[in-house]
Design a protein around this ligand. Structure first.
Ligand SMILES: NC(=O)C1=CN([C@@H]2O[C@H](COP(=O)(O)OP(=O)(O)OC[C@H]3O[C@@H](n4cnc5c(N)ncnc54)[C@H](OP(=O)(O)O)[C@@H]3O)[C@@H](O)[C@H]2O)C=CC1
Ligand SMILES: CC(=O)N[C@@H](CCC(=O)OP(=O)(O)O)C(=O)O
Length: 310
């Protein structure tokens, strides 16, 4: 029998993109709820309990409710794309490439928390340097990022695309999260293995999909002897043997005049760069991804495939 998959929130931004990635797959059976019934709790509860894997593409509160709806069912496994369970100790964090042990944790997990889009980039560059002993305890990390506007879901898509929207946003690029309390900070701290919470400054650009996450570092504050080259080598070593996260060769990044935030739109991979000048004082670690690809829907399908391979 084919495993049954139900996407709760299948008519939203993340859900629709997961559905698109599942189109044409004959190895799974997709359970579906009509759009008009998407908030019908009884119908959702039924479908959630009929699934082998339920993928939650809902706001945080609705995700918690969905998890409660299957509390008495010890068969259904869950992938939650919301922020609700990303630092919960009994949930596996769904970023397989962040650690050698992570694929097995995800494969065997009952509950998988899909990472946030920004944390995927930030953890992707920071965690390997913590594990390699290059980034010392207590280093004050900053994370500066730009996302495509689909990151804000249906509401922000309407604000950006509909000129008649009462809260239409006409800015080509804007900063937000100005009180520095963004919901992704605890997740970056925990899975980035950081002692101190990073300063996180997100922004949105007037393009639907794509993301750049930057973590600039002072070399003199890192472990003795850290250089542009040794940092790059640590990332290369960490990501060897997998095909989702690419560490761009130094010679290639040195030739780039600019980075386009939309380069990986529609792709489920992530590129990491180490920018700077050999012998210089600073490096800038940069992650390039699609907020809806490796940042959300693509990662959810990667996690589903790992879980199905158990
Ligand atoms: N967009 C992105 O790039 C990313 C999103 N995520 C996360 O994914 C989750 C979904 O976000 P996104 O797809 O962007 O959001 P959307 O607003 O685009 O979609 C959410 C969907 O959930 C439905 N929904 C809302 N509340 C309920 C409820 N109580 N019961 C049933 N259905 C409900 C909505 O229906 P209705 O239309 O009626 O409101 C909508 O169809 C969020 O937790 C988000 O933080 C994670 C990473 C990246
Ligand atoms: C542009 C935009 O608004 N982005 C969202 C994050 C998108 C996302 O990653 O959602 P999760 O928190 O579920 O991961 C935000 O900053 O809240």
């Amino acid at each position: 029998m084919k495993p049954k998959i139900f996407i709760d929130g299948e008519h939203g931004t993340t859900g629709l993109q997961i559905r698109a990635r599942m189109a044409g797959r004959s190895d799974v059976e997709l359970l579906s709820i009509p759009e008009a019934e998407r908030r019908n709790a009884a119908m959702r509860e039924d479908l959630l309990n009929s699934a082998d894997i339920a993928i939650l593409c809902l706001p945080d509160d609705a995700s918690r409710e969905a998890v409660a709806m299957v509390a008495g069912n010890n068969r259904v496994r869950i992938i939650d794309t919301s922020t609700a369970h990303r630092i919960a100790p009994d949930w596996a964090y769904g970023f397989a490439e962040m650690d050698n042990a992570q694929p097995e944790k995800i494969r065997g997990a009952r509950h998988v928390a899909n990472p946030g889009c920004y944390p995927t980039g930030a953890i992707g560059v920071v965690r390997p340097l913590r594990q390699a002993g290059i980034l010392p305890d207590g280093y004050p990390i900053t994370v500066n990022a730009v996302s495509g506007y689909t990151g804000g879901g249906k509401q922000m898509i309407a604000q950006m695309e509909d000129k008649q929207h009462p809260d239409h946003i006409s800015a080509p690029h804007f900063l937000y999260g100005l009180p520095l309390k963004h919901k992704h900070v605890p997740e970056m701290k925990m899975h980035g293995l950081l002692e101190r919470a990073p300063v996180f400054s997100p922004s949105v650009g007037n393009f639907p999909q794509g993301m750049i996450v930057q973590v600039p570092l002072y070399l003199e504050e890192l472990a003795a002897g850290a250089t542009l080259e040794s940092i790059h080598a640590a990332l290369v070593e960490h990501y060897a043997g997998q095909s989702i996260v690419e560490v761009v060769p130094l010679e290639e990044s040195a030739k780039l005049p600019r980075i386009d935030a939309t380069e990986l739109a529609g792709k489920d991979t992530m590129k990491l760069f180490v920018f700077g000048t050999s012998g210089g004082a600073h490096v800038n670690l940069v992650a390039l991804l699609d907020n809806l690809g490796k940042g959300a829907s693509g990662a959810a399908v990667q996690n589903m495939d790992l879980m199905l391979s158990a």
